[in-house]
Design a protein around this ligand. Sequence first.
Ligand SMILES: Nc1ncnc2c1ncn2[C@@H]1O[C@H](COP(=O)(O)OP(=O)(O)O)[C@@H](O)[C@H]1O
Ligand SMILES: [Mg+2]
Length: 270
Amino acid sequence: MSNFIVQTNQSAASTAAAKENARQAQFDDLVLEVKHVSGGYREGGFFGRGGSYKEVIHDVDFVVKHGEILGLVGESGTGKSTLTKMILGLLEPEKGEIIHHTKRPQIIFQDPYSSLNPAYTVEWAVEEPLRVFGKYDAEERKRRVHEMLRRVDVPEEVWHAKPDELSGGQQQRVSIAAALIRRPRFLIADEPVSALDVTIQMQILKLLKNLRTELDLSYLFISHDLNVVYELCDRVLVMRKGRIVEQGTVDEVYDHPKEEYTKQLLKAAE
Ligand SMILES: Nc1ncnc2c1ncn2[C@@H]1O[C@H](COP(=O)(O)OP(=O)(O)O)[C@@H](O)[C@H]1O
Ligand SMILES: [Mg+2]
């Protein structure tokens, strides 16, 4: 009898191991490699000549794996958005290399209102990237836009409204729809819920979680709020003064932080 129990436990253990292996394999293909990247801003001077250079990002090295939500946490001013600009190709790194394994990532920001044109309707805003793309006719564009607006739960009553007629949560849903309408594989979210009330935050996090599975997305999710990252992310990078000082699974980092800085951040978030 005891033998039988031992065998049962072993097979349960090997099933768990197989599941974990499958999960790992899914993560094996990479979406993004950031290799020993340093960089920052040139101030003053003229067309990059003269002036002074301030390095903001120092030797940052990490990967984003397919299917994961990778959190990037750190205090305001630490360089999270600067790193994002480099990943999007808006700012050239001074050193190191950024390798994309998917087509260009899309981004959503903290303040969706500023990324939505106040003069145009919800439907127009989500259709615009497809119009620019030029691949689909008007009918197919509308079909895709309506499908996406339903997917992100923007009620049909507001499809013809302007951004200032929407709630903050609805605005963020619209900017998520616009970011996803061309079906990117990789989404960068830079403090996407930081301006929202807690209940709305939870709804948007749930939406992002569902979209990850439904649309087979990977995320780099940036936040100064460790509780939000805990809620959503698989792994986390901790950034301090432009350096990644710690990284690991959310459970590793939150339960057994190695760095004093991480411990302080966690304490502040309690
Ligand atoms: N366009 C810019 N020109 C010069 N310095 C900048 C610019 N944008 C950000 N910085 C500086 O880079 C540092 C990191 O800023 P940022 O990347 O926005 O941090 P975070 O997103 O973590 O709050 C800060 O010291 C900030 O003042
Ligand atoms: Mg920022």
